[in-house]
Design a protein around this ligand. Structure first.
Ligand code: ADP
Ligand code: MG
Length: 689
């Protein structure tokens, strides 16, 4: 007897009910399990519940005809056309036309053969009805056509299987899951008025004529809720798993920390102080900290992370500070070294472009414990890097590091102890997203900027007016300030008619001869890039023409004018990040958003930028405009890749799921386990990536 089918069953393990050919075709589009298949929801439904007599055809309307082939021909015009004439029982005639066809197809249309033909009827220029490329189901000579009493689902992915086969495969799976459904007839969701699982799936894949929009919405909501709850449960499980290991307790008032506090050139903001304490309380415990610090650009997150690092150093242990790009890693290293001058702390920078000899030396220091704070990109977690006694990981992540990757870092802890984890995000994350994507973390928010900052003024102008900026640049530079000019591309591209950094650089050099201009972008060698950034930070460069390499983290308080070329090509969060490069000192700063062509979405984006400096608001809008995957930058890795739930559309369900979880964890343990098995195959999904 066959093993019971559940959501995790692999399609290729069901040869009796799904052909190897179909399973292979589905595997190509990443549909591997019953779960993948059943959650591949139709994009729309067609009504095939009745037959249309040919005499009753209406131009432009979809019809289903039961008829017999009476004539076929191939017409050689500009294109080859395969024409078929069919006649129904009343003797009325209609044509079928095929523009792309194979012999195997034409051979099926034998004179006298009966079938059901489904497609859109149109009146041809010659005045008769034609259906192009109908969907055909052949009937035996005396077969009574079996007309569906349900609406027919139309699936969005046509490449894998023809529509009929999608429906057939799903229907056979659902039938074979009777046992599974039987056991799950009643659960906490049916108690809340949702359809049982089986009914929900039937409504979605094969609704009856009575199932209207409301039923379909309700059925979908059950699946989305199940998925969201399971996700949340898995995150909580992952969290308790991580916290089941002991972590070293780190002091928040050690010698280095106290010394650092004394040399700090400014007072921490109230928000910084609050978050510093939250972190101090976390790391003092013998369980690993799992904390996310959200704070708008310029709110001073680096400083807070440094306090955490110092706690590790004071305990005689190591801390890793991980940046999303090498440029930022270099800058963090420079900043942390500057902040900690005189404290006698060994900070090493591990980046790919160092020579083999340098790297060997750094790796040696990491291994023997001489290196106390280690800065780098994710390369710091390559297997070649062995830590002496790692206690803390700071991830300055800008959304590029997903849950799975974070959990994997745990492997770098030594001898069964866990590391404390601190995640910093520069772009505030809307609540629903934070809940789903950082669900295993506690959250701290730095909702205050250091005193003396004046909000950046933002203007939007057409790129035709570029010249007026030349005067503004001159004035800024004369006043001792510095300027960024950001372009979306490095080189000229024929595809995108964007201004490119190179060309703008040459143009500005020619126009502004008295001004010191430099060009920086990702293809410039990293040592040279660092030199340029250092020169800019030191005030030896007035105007920096750049691509988005300066997007995150770059910190030059004297820069007060940010010009963004082709700003319509940037996303909201990216624009907010870029704008955050100015307004860091006490000068009034400006941001000029230039555009070439404004579509509707771009116009909306730039308008939002003009109106607000509030990163949380901007993040919400970005979520509305772009969708979750893109905002998190994890579309490829599928971190935000829910099968049914949509973090933008289903925000209410996300909230509801969170409430349900707190209730069910206490009162519905059994159902929680069922949901985990159904959707997440247990916590393994998150722990073994
Ligand atoms: P972000 O949150 O964007 O990472 P940073 O940590 O880079 O912000 O800090 C931005 C700038 O503000 C840096 O130049 C930093 O030295 C400075 N800064 C941080 N905290 C304060 C403070 N409490 N008062 C004044 N300046 C501060
Ligand atoms: Mg930062």
């Amino acid at each position: 007897m066959q093993k019971e089918i559940d959501f995790s069953t692999l399609l290729k393990d069901l040869p009796q009910i799904i052909s190897a050919r179909a399973a292979n075709a589905l595997a190509k589009i990443r549909i591997l399990t019953v779960r993948d298949l059943l959650t591949h929801l139709p994009s729309r439904y067609e009504n095939r519940c009745r037959l249309t007599p040919i005499a009753a055809l209406v131009h432009g309307e979809v019809a289903q005809i039961c008829a017999r082939v009476i004539k076929t021909s191939i017409v050689q015009g500009k294109r080859r056309v395969f024409n078929v004439e069919i006649a129904d029982d009343a003797g009325d005639v209609c044509k079928l036309a095929f523009f792309n066809f194979y012999r195997s197809q034409t051979e099926q249309y034998k004179i006298g053969r009966r079938g059901i033909f489904y497609g859109k009827a149109q009146i041809s220029p010659y005045g008769h009805f034609v259906i192009s490329h109908p969907e055909t189901t052949w009937l035996a000579d005396d077969e009574i056509p079996e007309i569906s009493t349900n609406l027919s689902a139309i699936y969005p992915t046509v490449k894998a299987l023809p529509q009929q086969e999608w429906r057939a495969v799903i229907s056979v799976i659902l039938k074979n899951m009777a046992n599974y459904f039987e056991k799950n007839q009643q659960d906490a969701l049916t108690n809340l008025g949702y359809f049982p699982l089986e009914q929900s799936l039937n409504v979605l894949h094969s609704p009856t004529l009575n199932d209207g929009k409301r039923e379909i919405t309700l059925a979908r909501a059950r699946l989305a809720l199940e998925e969201l709850v399971a996700h949340r449960l898995a995150m909580l499980d992952a969290r308790s798993y991580l916290q089941s290991f002991p972590a070293p307790s780190l002091p928040s008032d050690g010698a280095k920390t106290r010394e650092f506090l004394q040399t700090l050139p400014f007072a921490l903001t109230n928000a910084q102080e609050r978050v510093r304490r939250e972190i101090a309380a976390d790391v003092a415990k013998n369980i690993p900290m799992l904390r996310l610090v959200q704070g708008d650009v310029g709110s001073g997150k680096t400083m807070i992370a440094l306090f955490a690092c110092l706690a590790a150093v004071d305990a005689g242990l190591q801390a890793v500070f991980m940046a999303p790009t090498e440029l930022l890693a270099e800058q963090h290293a420079a900043n942390l070294r500057r902040y900690t001058t005189g404290l006698g702390i060994e900070i090493v920078l591990l980046i790919s472009k160092k020579t083999t000899k340098e790297k060997r030396e750094i790796l040696g220091k990491i291994k023997n414990g001489k290196a106390q704070i280690i800065i780098g990109t994710h390369a710091v977690f390559q297997s070649a890097v062995e830590y002496h006694n790692l206690a803390l990981i700071v991830i300055d992540e800008q959304h590029r590091f997903g849950v799975g990757q974070r959990l994997k870092l745990q492997e770098k802890s030594h001898q069964g102890t866990a590391v404390h984890q601190l995640v910093l995000t520069a772009t505030p994350i809307p609540r629903t997203l934070a809940m789903s994507n950082y669900g295993e973390l506690d959250t701290s928010i730095i909702d205050e900027l250091p005193a003396g900052r004046t909000p950046v003024r933002t203007t939007v102008i057409s790129s035709d007016k570029r010249e007026i900026l030349l005067e503004r640049i001159k004035a800024q530079v004369a006043a001792g300030a510095q300027v960024y000019w950001v372009c979306p591309l490095i080189e000229e591209s024929e595809v995108l008619e964007c201004e490119n950094a190179q060309e703008i650089y040459l143009y500005l050099q020619e126009q502004l001869r008295e001004i010191r201009i430099a060009l920086i972008h990702g293809r410039i060698e990293s040592a040279r890039r660092r030199e340029i950034m250092e020169e800019f930070a030191a005030g030896n460069i007035d105007l920096l023409v750049a691509t988005t390499v300066i997007e995150v983290g770059v910190d030059v308080p004297n820069a007060s004018l940010m010009i963004i070329e082709n700003s319509e090509r940037f996303g909201l969060s990216q624009l907010h990040q870029l704008r955050g490069r100015v307004g860091r000192g006490n000068r009034q700063s400006d941001c000029v958003l230039m555009y070439q062509q404004l579509g509707k979405t771009a116009r909306r984006r730039l308008e939002i930028m003009r109106k607000t400096n509030d990163g949380f608001l901007i993040a919400e809008e970005d979520l509305n405009i772009r969708g979750a995957g893109e905002l998190l930058g994890t579309q490829q890795t599928g971190e935000a890749g829910f099968l049914v739930a949509d973090l933008v559309e289903d925000r209410e369900l996300v909230e509801k799921a969170e409430d349900l979880v707190s209730d069910w964890k206490k009162n519905e343990e059994n159902f929680c386990q069922i949901l985990l098995n159904r959707w997440a195959e247990g916590k393994e999904k998150y722990l073994q990536v």
